[in-house]
Design a protein around this ligand. Sequence first.
Ligand code: ADE
Length: 225
Amino acid sequence: MKIDIISVVPDLLNSPFAHSIMKRANDKGLLTVNVINLREYTTYARAQVDDYPFGGGAGMVMMIEPLVNAIEALQQKTNYDEVIYLTPDGETLQQKMANTLSLKNNLLMICGHYKGIDQRVRDHFITKEISIGDYVLSGGELAAAVLTDAIGRLLPGVLNDESSALTDSFQDNLLAPPVYTRPEVFRGWEIPSILKSGNHKLIDAWRMEQSLERTRQRRPDLLND
Ligand code: ADE
């Protein structure tokens, strides 16, 4: 999969994909992330990419021309399955959406700043608008990093244990059960003895019970879905 991300602060996105699982996805050739500097696509002086809003009001708006220049230049080289705008008024990201997007080949993500992007870009170029939650970030970069990570780890071959993405919280509308590792006893705190029983049927049943209980307590809304 290839993910291209248009940003006015491309350096913000250097680190998230350079470590751990996202780095492995890149090293294995399973996920290529390119960050494109929007300022390279403006024809305005001093690499300007934003301007005052028509009608007045506080804040700046990202101009249509640099964005369209960048999007169209990238579209010349790549046929994108989705052109995604990260915005707090988009559809809220859920595991299902990450699953669906992980089946695509090429995604283009656009990170907004200031008061957002000129509405005409949204009307004519964007195919999907995604929010990562009901709070406002100072720009779309961290949201694009979150979305890319959520998608990237689902690509076949990225996780070592192929089954481990399937047992994540949310994959089946259940939160994940508690987990333990060595030592067996720490400050007198013991692990549940069933986990040492070696009986995998019983262990699976215990984990399912724990998942259900945790979901009932913390996210009962998931059980109604
Ligand atoms: N940009 C600013 N806030 C955001 C959010 N919550 N989700 C996606 N993009 C954003």
